[in-house]
Design a binder for this molecule. Structure first.
Ligand code: SF4
Ligand code: SF4
Length: 360
């Protein structure tokens, strides 16, 4: 069994995907195409144990996600366990399914922070993207209830060809909702977004305008709202340091309990993902073959192996390398130094106004 040695630092973050159930059907959803059904979800006691193991391992913050985590009736119990274990708790919600009564219970259980996703600043478009009539208004109502209870609020907006012209309006919407932070996250092409890639892909000209707009908005709104951004990587010159490096900073646990280095890791065949039902989080972090598969640099091929940026971006995203080249050890083809980069450039040029395949 591999052992990365005593110097392996602990993860700082845990993404707990409590369920894949969700009332919305976003065409860029990061959940896998094969959604895990309710019947295989971990029970309350298992999640309570995971929270305590995460804290003991050194995790500082837990993101309670899904799907829609409010679909679980035991959400408050899981929050109470995480908070009691000393973890900073962030609830990532679609905005559908949380009532004022449940918000009060979550506050009482120790929840620290709430993140609400929005699909667009224009109601008709937002509901069309979500595949759910009335979602836009319900998110606004929830934001008001969240702010009234003094929860810090972040708004997350995935940006793509249907809403990329309204980045300024989306930031304005987040301000109206009372958010202190907004994430402008250009679509990342995994899972459902990969299925909908052509329908989501903006043009290079649109991307350039949007990236400049984010810089302008940061200056305009400095001191009012923090604007984070996730780069449109198909249009980038260098890849993102995905997850801060494979198995370096965080881990995901799926609804059924499989521990993953990132939410898309199951798209790479042949990796052995251990379950929290059979191993402790510490055992998984240190010894799971999947977590050790791309740690360090020994797995790298050229041009990454001799590249001076390999300690900054770790060769980019392993899942993207596999999905676009068939080789998870290849350089992320988003990188202009990759021999496969032309494939990404070609894919980035084929956006189409075609119907979405909404998440099931
Ligand atoms: S991206 Fe949309 S469909 Fe997927 S979990 Fe979030 S709100 Fe639900
Ligand atoms: S060659 Fe590899 S390490 Fe160098 S910039 Fe490209 S992806 Fe990063």
């Amino acid at each position: 069994m591999l052992d990365p040695g005593p110097l392996l630092p602990p993860p700082s973050g845990l993404l707990a995907e409590l369920t894949h159930r969700c009332p919305l059907g976003c065409p860029y959803c990061s959940n896998p195409l094969a959604l895990e059904p309710k019947s295989v979800e971990l029970d309350t006691l298992a999640w309570v144990r995971v929270m305590h193991e995460a804290s003991a391992l050194g995790v500082l913050h837990v993101h309670l996600s899904g799907g829609e985590p409010a679909a679980r009736r035991d959400l408050e119990e899981i929050v109470r366990a995480a908070s009691g274990a000393g973890l900073y708790t962030n609830l990532i919600t679609s905005g559908i399914g949380l009532t004022p009564v449940r918000l009060d219970a979550l506050k009482e259980a120790g929840l620290d922070h709430i993140q609400i996703s929005v699909q667009d600043a224009e109601q008709g478009s937002a509901d069309r993207i979500a595949g759910y009539a009335g979602a836009f208004r319900r998110k606004q109502k929830l934001a008001a209830d969240v702010v009234a209870r003094c929860f810090p609020l972040t708004v997350n907006a995935v940006i793509h060809r249907a809403n990329i012209g309204r980045v300024a309006d989306i930031v304005e919407l987040a301000l109206e909702m009372g958010a202190g932070r907004i994430e402008i996250a250009h679509a990342q092409y995994y899972g459902w977004a990969l299925k909908n890639r052509a329908a989501l892909m903006p043009s290079r000209a649109q991307v350039e305008v949007a990236v400049a707009e984010v810089e302008r908005l940061r200056a305009v709104h400095r001191g009012r709202i923090v604007i984070d951004s996730v780069a449109p990587d198909y249009h980038a010159r260098y890849p993102k340091p995905c997850m801060g490096g494979w198995g370096r900073r965080s881990l995901n646990v799926t609804p059924a309990g499989r521990a993953l280095p990132c939410h898309a890791a199951e798209s790479i065949p042949g990796l052995d993902f251990w379950s929290v039902a059979e191993h402790s989080l510490e055992d998984i972090w240190r010894h799971s073959p999947a977590f050790n598969a791309f740690r360090g640099e020994a797995w790298m091929r050229e041009p990454c192996r001799s590249c001076e940026r390999r300690g900054q971006d770790f060769g980019g995203c392993r899942c993207q390398a596999f999905l676009l080249t068939g080789d998870a050890r290849a350089a992320d083809p988003v990188c202009h130094l990759s021999p496969n980069h032309e494939r990404v450039a070609a894919l980035a040029a084929v956006g189409e106004d075609e119907p979405y395949l909404h998440r099931a």
